[in-house]
Ligand binder design. Structure first.
Ligand SMILES: Cc1cc2nc3c(=O)[nH]c(=O)nc-3n(C[C@H](O)[C@H](O)[C@H](O)COP(=O)(O)OP(=O)(O)OC[C@H]3O[C@@H](n4cnc5c(N)ncnc54)[C@H](O)[C@@H]3O)c2cc1C
Ligand code: SF4
Ligand code: SF4
Ligand code: SF4
Length: 396
């Protein structure tokens, strides 16, 4: 029977809950807003299925295999600008929908809470576009995936690497019509902190149409958190100013498992791993138009076949897989826990959004000056050149 003694030993993938033959496991929220399994011992028959399915307790061995690598830009400029990077996810998902399939991904509900759901039309894919840096609620997604596969439907499932490994273990066998897409994952912030952020912004920007973590208001090289109201971009702030982005990028509110993530690796159970390519000029200067490019690492022959069909919807330039992954820190290393995490998360449970963010991420004169300088560099075009240089120094 699954037992979580240390919080870092559970990524919240729900595989144990989904596999339990006695419905003895329920995912319950802790005081940081993350879900963990709890077992009703009176129902448990000690079959151990929950332990065996767990991608952390019974991990998959990483096995080297042939890989193909691509730089992808969606052909529809609107789709590309809407996406975090180059819109590769939409192109892959479109191919699956054209085969009569269903696509699962992370979307907002009507209250901007992040949850996994599925869609069956190309138009609805916009719900999945753009990264949401908040752990999504999977609900009964894993069981739904199995139901669709049993009905012989094509299924594309996208998520964080831990969600994909959990799903793959839950399904137990490979399915010809299943396409798994994971992201390179920095870490996943707390839904409780996200709720505090929503509360913090609500007074100034009530009833938004959309909130975008990765808006290209200033271009791809400098994305902002943006709030869209009545079709207008009414708030846009970058990672040095917006408190949610500051909390995310300073590793203050991630799930405990993210600080010792066992899913940081090159060879994965997914068909595709997708992530950003800010240094696209190092591959091909012609692709560097500041509208976004996705790096796509293809892990399976099925994925390699599908890419041929993706070419109908997106520009796909094949590159060396070694070059694609070289220097990608977030693929191989866990983020370090911010020393302030414990106090920040305790305060998150007790303070209002305004109190929390003004205490930890105040808009000081230093922040104001940094923001003004960044805007000036953006307007004059110097920012892009500086970022190129910095990315080269950091090997990204
Ligand atoms: C939590 C998180 C951390 C990331 N960290 C990095 C990083 O460190 N470095 C890097 O280069 N790229 C990172 N990415 C990936 C990057 O942000 C883009 O998602 C990726 O480049 C694909 O872009 P796209 O334009 O092809 O697709 P997009 O249109 O942006 O598609 C977004 C895809 O991500 C999925 N998704 C969005 N939010 C979530 C969520 N909360 N949980 C699970 N799945 C989600 C959607 O289902 C969809 O499949 C991260 C993404 C997420 C969600
Ligand atoms: S041991 Fe079996 S019955 Fe008990 S909780 Fe785990 S999966 Fe359910
Ligand atoms: S990592 Fe997944 S399978 Fe393992 S205990 Fe947590 S929710 Fe269950
Ligand atoms: S960092 Fe690791 S544990 Fe955290 S969400 Fe990403 S894949 Fe899961």
């Amino acid at each position: 029977m699954i037992e979580i003694n240390k919080k870092q030993d559970c990524c919240g993938c729900t595989a144990c809950e989904a596999i339990c033959p006695k419905d003895a496991i329920v995912m319950k929220e802790d005081n940081e807003g993350f879900l963990y399994p709890t077992v009703d011992k009176s129902r448990c028959v000690e079959c151990n299925a929950c332990y065996m399915v767990c991608p952390i307790q019974s991990p998959v061995t990483e096995e080297e295999k042939p890989q193909k690598a691509y730089l992808v830009q969606h052909s529809d400029e609107k789709v590309r600008l809407d996406s975090s990077a180059g819109g590769a996810f939409t192109a892959i998902a479109t191919v699956v929908l054209q085969k009569g399939g269903v696509v699962f991904g992370a979307a907002y509900d009507e209250n901007f809470h992040v949850q996994h759901t599925y869609v069956e039309t190309v138009n609805e894919l916009k719900r999945f576009r753009n990264s949401k840096y908040v752990q999504s609620k999977l609900g009964d997604s894993f069981c739904l995936v199995k139901d669709f596969l049993k009905k012989d439907r094509w299924v594309c499932f996208s998520g964080t690497p831990c969600q994909i490994e959990g799903l793959s273990k839950f399904l137990r066998k490979p399915y010809e019509k299943l396409i798994l897409v994971d992201v390179v994952c920095h870490g996943i912030p707390s839904p409780l902190v996200w709720n505090k952020y929503l509360e913090y912004q609500e007074k100034s920007f009530p009833n938004p149409d959309n909130i975008r973590f990765r808006d290209k208001f200033y271009g791809y090289k400098y994305s902002t958190m943006s709030i869209i109201q009545d079709g207008k971009n009414v708030y846009h702030a970058g990672s040095q100013l917006d408190p949610m982005l500051r909390a995310f990028f300073s590793d203050t509110c991630d799930r405990p498992s993210c600080y010792m993530c066992p899913f940081k690796k090159r060879y994965r159970v997914s068909d595709f791993t997708i992530w950003d390519c800010f240094s696209v000029y190092d591959f091909d200067k012609k692709l560097d138009d500041d509208k976004g490019t996705t790096r796509v690492l293809c892990h399976s022959p099925k994925g390699a076949d599908l890419i041929q069909e993706v070419k109908e919807y997106a520009k796909c330039e094949e590159v060396s897989s070694d070059k694609l992954v070289a220097g990608v820190k977030e693929m191989f290393e866990s983020v370090p826990m911010n020393p302030k995490r414990t106090v920040f998360m305790t305060d998150a449970a007790n303070l209002s959004g305004k109190e929390l963010f003004e205490k930890y991420y105040p808009v000081t004169n230093k922040v104001k000056v940094k923001t003004a300088i960044r805007k000036m560099l953006l307007v004059t075009g110097i920012y892009g050149t500086m970022k190129k240089y910095l990315n080269r120094v950091r090997g990204r």
